[in-house]
Design a protein around this ligand. Sequence first.
Ligand SMILES: *Cc1c(COP(=O)(O)O)cnc(C)c1O
Length: 442
Amino acid sequence: MTRPPSVDRLARSLESSELPHPLRVEVARAAIAESRVDDVEAMARDRRRRMLAPIINATGVLLHTNLGRAPVGAQIDPTYTNLEFDIETGRRGSRQRAVGDLLASACGAEAAMVVNNCAGAVLLTLAALGSGRGVAVSRGEMVEIGGGFRIPDVMAQSGARLVEVGTTNRCRVADYTRAVEDDDDLALVLKVHRSNYRIVGFTEDADVSELAPLGVPVVADIGSGLLDAACPWLDGPIPPWLADEPAVRQTLTAGADLVLFSGDKLFGGPQGGIIAGRRDLVERCERHPLARALRPGDLVLQALQATTLAYLDRRGHDIPFWRMATLTTDELAQRADAIVAASSAATTASPLRSTPTEAVPGGGTLPTVTIPSHGLRLAGDHAASLRDGDRPVVARVEDGATWLDLRTVDPEDDGVVAEALAAVLDEPASASAHNSDQAEAR
Ligand SMILES: *Cc1c(COP(=O)(O)O)cnc(C)c1O
């Protein structure tokens, strides 16, 4: 038996791993403790791969919550900004003004502000406008969004009292009217978009336009953040799958006093929660102590400003989400054919095929919608091998095959996808590289 190497020597042997020294030491310690000294390089690679890194989303899920929802990139130089500084007076300003005012213009609202995410927007609005008072919500809109955001729980946290209205499948204006009349301290009506489920059959719902005359503020949590149903930022036609999605501008026009939405769903920006609508109500939200706890940072505001400017300039093609959403299946099919040609040996028996696929919006939006798309089908389960490269490619496995949808892949990454597929095609047919590696190790 040889003595185990020193931690220091083992850590030094990992210099090419691109891990900082303290992490190399951690990995070396773990390798010695687990008697896996021979595996230490693989352990260092695994540690490195746990860090945040770009990946290629070939799942066809446009807003993939596990992959950061809408893809955003921001070139932000290290610099001071006028984050909370009024350039004109030279005095302290509000961090909400710069981007809030742009968002208000983009939404057609009097005012707007930004918090950390839409869950935060709901919590802050309920706390600022409804704490200690009643808030009416339809029994059919008690939603749970992924990650444990539940309307009744958020209501309890905000200090507002939940006033349930109507039934699960039917909730009429008369039900809301009764709630307003019967409750002696109703602060507002909250309409919540059923983002991730649908109620079908014997149903009835009240629109925002019908609730506006009730005499209490109407707050609409629309979640997904489609800015305008007319999509004026697109050159081409409006994607038909957007048809039933509530839009910020139209919800405000219909009479909502505030509209709440996510920055990183159909808005296509960074994670954020936007509160837009009546100035007096937005200001009450801004003054609430929770606003400080939920405020976004400089980097997020800069990225959100860039997205909002693209909308105002009608540059939909500069918003990656809209670029992906509006690609034609012909363009995608051409790219798929080129990838097949680049990655397959010139044999007719290649298990790789160019094929029509179905993409989905994702992000807990439009649960029943599919988007015609195009991509690649590779016989067998190769998901682990595809994730194993320096730029992991995340694919879907279904019906014993690996599916790559090109709608969510940046065309600049097609070459990486082709290389990853070529590597898989070179492998022994039976199993993915990952599994066969393990088999050999045993
Ligand atoms: C997604 C969603 C939320 C939560 O939004 P986050 O930005 O993820 O916090 C809240 N309400 C509705 C209706 C949603 O669809």
